[in-house]
Design a protein around this ligand. Structure first.
Ligand SMILES: [Zn+2]
Length: 146
């Protein structure tokens, strides 16, 4: 931040010198104009140097940001286990299930509700899922085609 403040300061003094030059254009002699121009160039050179420093800092900061985003994205893995998604955390623990419909459409992890008899509902899109442990009401496994 300090570099931005100094750079703005340098540009401001360059503008001030340019104003002095403009206002005194008719009254200054050659030596005075030369002196003011030298100061103007010096201020602009300072500003340029400070801008280069700022650019370097920005590049560093962007690289850091990219690194952090990568780390953040690696934090958890999403796996599809029919019919829903699960989150695999860094410590290999499993979290879920999450709505397949919502994740595929909006990349939103919406936790499914319920779970009784492995039947799950999404409160967002109101879809219902039957997991692999679902048993139809009469316990007749020939009805498992759902
Ligand atoms: Zn959903």
């Amino acid at each position: 931040m300090f570099d931005v403040v100094t750079a703005v300061g340098s540009i401001k003094s360059a503008i001030d010198i340019a104003k002095v030059l403009k206002d005194g254009a008719d009254t200054f002699d050659k030596a005075e104009v030369k002196l003011q121009l030298a100061e103007l160039i010096s201020s602009l050179a300072d500003a340029k140097m400070q801008m280069a420093e700022i650019q370097e800092l920005l590049l560093e900061s962007n690289a850091e940001k990219k690194d952090l985003l990568n780390k953040l994205n690696q934090k958890e893995k999403i796996v599809y286990e029919k019919p829903s998604y699960f989150k695999i955390n860094n410590d290999n623990s499993k979290d879920g299930p999450y709505c397949q419909n919502c994740y595929d459409a909006n990349e939103k992890l919406i936790r499914l509700q319920g779970g009784k008899n492995d039947v799950w509902t999404c409160n967002q899109c109101e879809k219902t899922y039957k997991g692999s442990r679902y048993v139809p009401y009469h316990g007749n496994t020939s009805f498992r085609r759902v």
